[in-house]
Design a protein around this ligand. Structure first.
Ligand SMILES: Cc1cc2nc3c(=O)[nH]c(=O)nc-3n(C[C@H](O)[C@H](O)[C@H](O)COP(=O)(O)O)c2cc1C
Length: 309
C-alpha cells in the first residue's frame, strides 16, 4: 500500500492534514506554544475577534453537561483584533502554525471593520472564519446565523474586505435545518462552510434553583453535539454537492473524524476536546494516520461523501 498522505483541500486552501483547532478552545493560540506544537495541526482557528476588546459574560462560564458534554457562555470575550494581530498572531506564525482568523460582530458594519483589519494580514492567514452565531443588534433577539438574509449580508461584506482570502462561514445548529442558511452563505460567496457552532441549552442548580451559568443559557459542545453536527454536514453535502465543508462537534477520535468525512466534510475542527487536552488534535493526526493505514485508505479525500443510506 502507498504511504498515507493526509494532505487536505478545503476549496483552494491546502493543509498538511484535516485536523484543525476550533475557535475559542485552543487558548488564544499562542499561550499553548510551550505545551503543544501547533504546526502539527492542519491549522489553528483563532478565538473569534471583534473590532474592539469585549468583556464577555459573567462567571461561571463553563459547566459540565450530561453525556460528557459541556455548556459554555464565555460570551466571545476577546482583546480585540488589533491586540491579536500585534501580540498573538506573530507568535503563532513563528511557531509554524497555519492560522485561520475567526471574526464576529454585532452589526454588519462591525464585521466590516474587523474584516478590514484582518484583510491587511492576508499574507499571514490561510482563511477567515466568519462566526455568525452572535447577536445581531440591528435585529434584536436574533442571531445572524438564524437568518439566511443576515448571514448572506455578513458573508458578502466580509468577502469584499478580505479578498483574496477565502471566507469560511461557521453556522449554527439551532435551526430545524441548517441548509437554507448554508445555501445563502454559499450564494453570498463563502468558500467553505464550518458546521457547527454550539447548540443553545440550559443547566440548573436544583438546590439553589438558578442557572449554573452566569449568563443563564449557554452553548452545548462535546460528544452530545456530534450527531447533530454530523446531520448538518450530511444535509449540506446533499444540498450543495462538492461544496467544501468542515465538520465540528464532539470530535476526539479517528472514528469521529472519519464519520464527518463520510458525511461530506473534508476536514474537522476540535473544540471541547482541546480544553481537556491541548494535544488532542496532534494526537488525532497520529491516530488518524494509523486508522487510514489499518483500513488501507491512502488519503482522507477518498472517504469524503461516501456514506450511503
Ligand atoms: C469555551 C468555548 C469557547 C468557544 N468560543 C468560540 C468562539 O469564540 N468562536 C466560535 O466560532 N466558536 C466558539 N466555540 C465553539 C467551538 O469552536 C465549536 O464550534 C463547538 O464547541 C463544537 O465543537 P466541539 O464539540 O468539538 O467542542 C467555543 C466553544 C467553547 C466550548
Amino acid at each position: 500500500m502507498r504511504q498515507v498522505d493526509l494532505r487536505t483541500e478545503i476549496g483552494e486552501v491546502v493543509l498538511p492534514n484535516p485536523v484543525l483547532a476550533a475557535s475559542g478552545c485552543f487558548g488564544a493560540g499562542a499561550e499553548l506554544l510551550g505545551v503543544v506544537d501547533p504546526s502539527r495541526l492542519g491549522a489553528v482557528v483563532s478565538k473569534s475577534m471583534s473590532f474592539a476588546p469585549w468583556e464577555g459574560n459573567p462567571a461561571p462560564r463553563l459547566a459540565p453537561a450530561p453525556g460528557g458534554g459541556m455548556l459554555n457562555a464565555v460570551g466571545l470575550q476577546n482583546p480585540g483584533v488589533e491586540h491579536w494581530a500585534k501580540e498573538e498572531l506573530p507568535r503563532l506564525l513563528s511557531a509554524g502554525a497555519r492560522v485561520v482568523a475567526s471574526i464576529w460582530g454585532t452589526s454588519v458594519d462591525e464585521y466590516i471593520a474587523t474584516a478590514k483589519r484582518v484583510g491587511v494580514l492576508a499574507e499571514d492567514l490561510v482563511a477567515v472564519e466568519v462566526n455568525v452565531s452572535c447577536p445581531n443588534l440591528e435585529s434584536p433577539g436574533e442571531m445572524f446565523a438564524h437568518s439566511p438574509i443576515h448571514t448572506a449580508a455578513v458573508v458578502r461584506a466580509v468577502k469584499k474586505e478580505v479578498a483574496p482570502l477565502p471566507v469560511w462561514a461557521k453556522l449554527s445548529p439551532n435551526l430545524p435545518s441548517v441548509v437554507e442558511v448554508a445555501r445563502a452563505a454559499a450564494d453570498a460567496g463563502a468558500d467553505a462552510l464550518v458546521l457547527v457552532n454550539t447548540l443553545i441549552g440550559l443547566l440548573l442548580d436544583v438546590e439553589r434553583r438558578v442557572p449554573l451559568l452566569g449568563n443563564g443559557t449557554g452553548g452545548l459542545s462535546g460528544p452530545p453535539l456530534h450527531p447533530i453536527a454530523l446531520r448538518a454536514v450530511y444535509e449540506c453535502a446533499q444540498a450543495l454537492p462538492g461544496f467544501p465543508l468542515v465538520g465540528v462537534g464532539g470530535v476526539s477520535r479517528p472514528s469521529h473524524a472519519v464519520a464527518f468525512f463520510l458525511a461530506g466534510a473534508s476536514a474537522v475542527e476540535l473544540g471541547a476536546a482541546h480544553l481537556a487536552d491541548p494535544a488532542a488534535g496532534v494526537k488525532l493526526v497520529r491516530s488518524l494516520r494509523r486508522w487510514c493505514r489499518r483500513h488501507k485508505v491512502c488519503t482522507t479525500a477518498e472517504l469524503v461523501g461516501t456514506a450511503h443510506f
